[in-house]
Design a protein. Structure first.
Length: 748
């Protein structure tokens, strides 16, 4: 199956434009109006004006600054005026109360004026010294600072900008290199222009047409000699120049193809761009023995190869020829490997296969998500049947392969908190909290905007994040949250973890869940959610993103939350540079208790000689005398296999172990991790299955038979590995890592 482009319609469109006599390609640049005036209203209004506002080097400019006091008290504001480097200030005539820093080019003015419409103004004579050809628009910036005497003295700062255009007048070096063109053939008029932009062009084509397009493509319908006039305008000046163009009736052959590399059987349209006095006759030879006499024919090739296309046109003044090469190939051969079904919330893995000509793969998952690349990992969040479409591309076309995938109910998890306000006696396990309860959604009537505010300079970025979270809650009439040290530890650990291991998710690099990290940090009260963000340089941007995201908004505006911890990490070697985390807690919620959680996704089927790494998470440090023990079960018999006392990373423990080392025979077993202190079991994981397969490479010993001495019974001696080994891939939990919210990197 191939994708086609609607080039046939395009050819009719082009022909129609040529008949009309013009084909627009590039829009004319608009010339902004530089008024030389800007105004800022408020208790003290500020006005800037420049005369003139469009200048060139050597010109003089007069800058006016005017302040009006609209308050009922005497005002003593401060004005900082930032001047572009191209403007020279005559410091000998500075007004009273003004100073000028030559290095920073900042003029400071400290006026004093009376209440009720008191006015102060200064006039600054400037001279234009240079022009920036790449950036002719320069800004004069004024910063107004006003003081308000309240219970606590406050200073407000506002900014006003006024553009001034400083550039060079345009010059037309040449109108076009064309001297003679065929009648009816589209040609582009290109001018060689110098000077400062933006520049607009107006073309007078000599036949009554006026075209306001930069470098237009045009066609003439009558032979003759035409005087073309070009007018070029920039903000400073308009200049013009003329050129003589001769339009001849002789034929000129020219064409393009909608695609020079096509697949076998794929139609290709040849767009005729020939010129000459009518009537014209056309003769096409497609190089495969097929011909046509149409002006813009469409042709399909039945065999791969390279074909020379030959066009000959004729009229009463002669004939002309044009040639082009078309490469015809086969669309790629492709297929995919994809499971027929997957539980909701668990990842679906797909792999594409294709021949050497494939240049790219596109996956359409049937739920609106699209991926590129030879492999795909996708998680469906709802049940149903979805049609997965794989498109393999090469230069000659594409091939599409589809599969239906059935999504079972599965187990959908969310990092929304389980909130219990009653005084419940007892504890709730981490897994119960992870299953969670959805909070009531908070609707927004319009996008939420978090404006930056002036904060004390000694606040850290994390402290500013805490301030903006409470400021956002205040706007929704919610009480502020208490900043808790243990939650700060959990939040900071997760931001550092995302930065160091270059990921963005709620599951840590050690496979830990947010609620488990709260236990690790020492927060044992109710879990109330986690919010993460990345790619935002400023804390108010992260909070604005959270409030505008429906899933995050329910966490930030959780009315049951009482505590919060904040973390911030900046790492310019990490993919997203800036990382933010907020951990929420509920003092009155049901406390958490830790569980031994196995890191397992599928039933393992190794051979008895294959080392298997048994992995689990435990969020608390082990006390003296405590150890984790791995047990194998066959029926009711339990065999102690190995033990561990130190984590491999964070809260992740790992035991590398080969069953053959302790003489475990092939068969079906269940395994379990228990936390013990001596013979006392403090906590234990769920049971998990494992099938040990025989190793066919092991030699089979010949039994020795004796008549009098029975063979001794050998009791397997358990061996303890020397230490935990960090897994070579990110550990995966028994249940899929459920993201709290959409985890796409937000655009700052």
């Amino acid at each position: 199956m191939t994708l086609r482009k609607p080039w046939l319609l395009v050819s009719f469109f082009i022909v129609g434009l040529i008949v009309a006599g013009i084909w627009w390609q590039t829009q004319a640049a608009s010339i902004p109006a530089y008024t030389g005036y800007a105004r800022l209203d408020g208790p003290i209004s500020l006005e800037l004006s420049a005369s003139p506002a469009v200048v060139t080097p050597g010109d003089n400019v007069t800058l006016f600054v005017r302040l009006t006091n609209n308050t009922g008290t005497t005002a003593t504001p401060a004005i900082s005026l930032y001047l572009p480097a191209s403007l020279h200030l005559q410091t000998a005539v500075l007004p009273m109360g003004a100073t000028f820093n030559i290095q920073t080019r900042v003029l400071t003015w400290l006026p004093v004026f009376a209440a009720d419409e008191g006015v102060q103004e200064i006039t600054l004579p400037l001279r234009v010294e240079t022009a920036d050809l790449q950036q002719p628009e320069q800004m004069v910036t004024a910063v107004l600072q006003t003081h308000h005497e309240t219970a606590v003295a406050e200073t407000a700062s506002t900014q006003l900008e006024m553009p001034i255009w400083i550039g060079i007048a345009p010059q037309i070096n040449s109108v076009t290199d064309l001297v003679q063109v065929p009648l009816g053939q589209p040609v582009q008029l290109q001018a060689n222009i110098s000077g400062s932009g933006p520049v607009s062009q107006v073309w007078y084509l000599g036949d009554g047409r006026r075209v306001e397009v930069n470098d237009p493509t045009v066609a003439y319908s009558l032979a003759g000699v035409y005087q073309i006039t070009l007018e070029v305008t920039n903000p400073l000046q308009t200049v013009s120049r003329t050129h003589i163009l001769t339009v001849v009736p002789h034929p000129s052959a020219q064409f393009v193809a909608d695609d020079w590399s096509v697949g076998v059987g794929q139609p290709v349209t040849f767009l005729n761009q020939s010129g000459g006095q009518s009537p014209l006759s056309y003769s096409w030879d497609f190089g495969d023995g097929q011909t046509s006499d149409q002006p813009s024919p469409t042709h399909s090739y039945t065999l791969p190869g390279t074909y020379q296309v030959h066009l000959t046109i004729r009229n009463d003044f002669g004939e002309a020829e044009a040639f082009g090469m078309v490469t015809v190939g086969m669309p790629p051969q492709a297929d995919m490997s994809l499971a027929d079904s997957v539980p909701a919330g668990q990842p679906l893995y797909g792999q594409a296969f294709g021949d050497d000509s494939v240049t790219g793969y596109v996956w359409e998952m049937g739920d609106g998500r699209i991926y590129e690349g030879p492999s795909v990992t996708h998680t469906y969040r709802q049940m149903g049947d979805f049609y997965v479409l794989l498109t393999a591309l090469n230069e000659f076309g594409n091939t599409q392969v589809g599969r239906w995938v059935h999504v079972d109910p599965g187990v959908l998890l969310t990092y929304l908190p389980l909130v219990l306000r009653e005084n419940v006696v007892g504890e709730t396990a981490v897994e119960d909290v992870l299953a969670g309860l959805d909070l009531e959604p908070v609707e927004l009537s319009e996008p939420f905007v978090m404006e930056p505010v002036d904060l004390p300079a000694n606040l850290t970025q994390a402290e500013q994040l805490y301030y903006y979270i409470n400021l956002a809650r205040q706007q929704f009439d919610l009480p502020p949250l208490n900043q808790v040290y243990t939650l700060n530890i959990a939040a900071q650990q997760h931001t550092d973890d995302m930065s160091i291991f270059a990921y963005t998710a709620h599951m840590g690099a050690d496979g830990s869940y947010p609620a488990e990290r709260l236990l690790t940090a020492g927060y044992a009260q109710g879990y109330a959610g986690e919010a993460t963000a990345w790619g935002f340089e400023h804390p108010y941007e992260a909070v604005e993103f959270w409030v505008n995201s429906p899933a995050h908004r329910r966490i930030i505006l959780n009315r049951f939350a009482t505590d919060v911890g904040v973390g911030y990490t900046v790492n310019f070697t990490a993919p997203n540079v800036w990382y933010w985390t907020a951990e929420f807690g509920d003092t009155y919620g049901v406390p958490l208790s830790p569980v031994v959680r196995l890191q397992e996704s599928t039933i393992m089927s190794p051979t008895v000689t294959t080392p298997v790494e048994y992995r689990w998470n435990w969020p608390l440090p082990l006390q003296s005398g405590q150890e984790f023990v791995l047990y194998f079960y066959q029926g009711r018999q339990a065999v102690r296999m190995a033990s561990a006392t130190q984590p491999a990373l964070g809260s992740l423990y790992a035991l590398p172990f080969a069953a053959y080392d302790v003489a475990v025979e092939p068969g079906e077993y269940q395994w379990q991790i228990k936390l013990q202190q001596g013979q006392t079991v403090l906590a234990e994981s769920a049971l998990s299955s494992i099938v040990l397969l025989p190793d066919l490479n092991l030699p089979t010993p010949t039994p020795e038979v004796t008549a009098t001495v029975p063979a001794p019974t050998v009791t397997p001696t358990p061996t303890t590995p020397s230490g935990p080994i960090w897994p070579t891939e990110t550990p995966r939990p028994t249940l899929p890592p459920p993201p709290v919210f959409p985890t796409a990197t937000p655009a700052p």
